[in-house]
Design a protein around this ligand. Structure first.
Ligand SMILES: [Mn+2]
Length: 375
């Protein structure tokens, strides 16, 4: 008997997105719930036997009851079974999001895999071996028990775990909650469903990270998918298909204004092959520009702020070199004299107020241009 399931993880429902203010942040919070509902619809369309959630369905054990109820409602397009593994964000502590979820839902098709015990599906023809986290960080490999787990002969064995596969993730990923890289082999698994890494990634034989179904950070890691997995029988090679589920595209863009001209910002953002209203962009601008060009860059940015879902700008590497034209534009008199002074200071490499003079010049100029524009 074959086993066909959805593998997903890292929903992080209730994630606050505190650094995205206003409606844009609220929309990102709401989308995490809507994406779960889309995933439930997909499960029904794909006629899967179960949905496996490999940890961090919730952003924390402190999410509001409202969030738990929203997630429960979002599950309803798929009758289940849903198998939830507690991860590091929603570890199975004595009082956890899971104990509250049990109180809020009486559904017997929502299975919380909070004990390291086999879960039999399809009358035992498929068995889930879970490795729940009972605290945020575990020093031992919680999947070790899979090796000796007894299942009936011929049963499809699927491991479910949350953490980092040793030696297989890019440098800089978290080293906590380590999982042996050969676990699928040593435990005779047909598939090892993993969570924690937010991108979709095959990491070893029969071992996959599904990634988060809705991207939640700026990291180029192929997130925004779920995996449809089909296994014909114990020992068969699993067929794994990634299906896109993400609504928002998170992009990092770097622009060097090497020719000192504005316009590069718009060219780079127009070149993004995404729906601009669904793009969350982190933009880094570097280079040296005149104050007039700097003013033009600010105008471009404010236009793009209104076109994108959210724009964060890092302009620490963008420097202004005022030109004679810039200074003429400000004019003579007291202000002109102050500007000359600031310019002189900003050009003295050793002057202790050099950076302050640069900032003051920029502010003066931009303010002046804005005042002119509003007249
Ligand atoms: Mn995690």
């Amino acid at each position: 008997m074959s086993f066909r399931f959805l593998h997903t993880a890292d929903w992080q429902a209730g994630k606050p997105f505190g650094n995205v203010p206003g409606d844009a942040g609220a929309a990102l919070r709401r989308q995490r719930i809507d994406t779960i509902a889309n995933l439930a619809k997909l499960a029904t369309e794909q006629q899967v036997d179960a949905v496996l959630v490999a940890g961090d369905a919730f952003d924390s054990n402190e999410v509001e009851d409202r969030t738990i109820n929203q997630v429960l409602a979002a599950l309803s397009p798929f009758a289940g079974p849903w198998i939830f593994l507690p991860g590091n964000h929603d570890a199975a502590l004595p009082h956890s999001v899971w104990s509250r979820l049990r109180r809020l839902s009486s559904s017997d098709t929502i299975i919380i895999a909070d004990r390291p015990e086999p879960i039999e599906l399809q009358h035992g023809s498929a068995v889930i071996l879970p490795a729940p986290l009972r605290r945020r960080r575990e020093s031992s490999d919680l999947t070790a028990w899979f090796d000796a787990a007894a299942t009936r002969p011929g049963a499809i064995r699927v491991g479910l775990a949350h953490g980092s596969v040793a030696n297989r993730l890019p440098a800089g990923s978290e080293a906590a909650n380590t999982i042996a890289e050969d676990r699928a082999q040593s435990a005779d698994l047909d598939y090892l469903a993993l969570g924690d890494w937010h991108g979709t990634l095959q990491i070893a034989d029969k071992t996959w990270y599904s990634g988060t179904p809705e991207t939640d950070r700026h990291r180029d890691n192929q997130s925004g998918n779920v995996l449809v997995v089909e296994i014909d029988g114990h020992g068969a090679v699993p067929r794994v298909t990634a299906m896109p589920t993400g609504a928002y595209a998170w992009r990092r863009v770097e622009v060097g204004l090497i020719d000192g001209r504005a316009g590069g910002v718009s060219r780079a953002l127009e070149g993004l092959e995404v729906d601009h209203q669904r793009a969350v962009v982190e933009l880094t601008v570097t280079g040296i520009v005149s104050l007039a060009e700097r003013h033009a860059v600010e105008l471009e940015l404010s236009a793009w702020r209104a076109r994108l879902h959210h724009l964060v700008v890092d302009d620490a590497g963008l420097r202004e070199e005022p030109t004679d034209d810039d200074l003429d534009a400000i004019g003579a008199g007291f202000v002109g004299h102050a500007v000359e002074r600031l310019r002189a200071i900003s050009q003295e490499p050793a002057h202790q107020d050099r950076d302050a003079a640069r900032v003051a010049l920029r502010m003066l100029f931009l303010d002046h241009m804005n005042a002119k524009g509003s007249q």
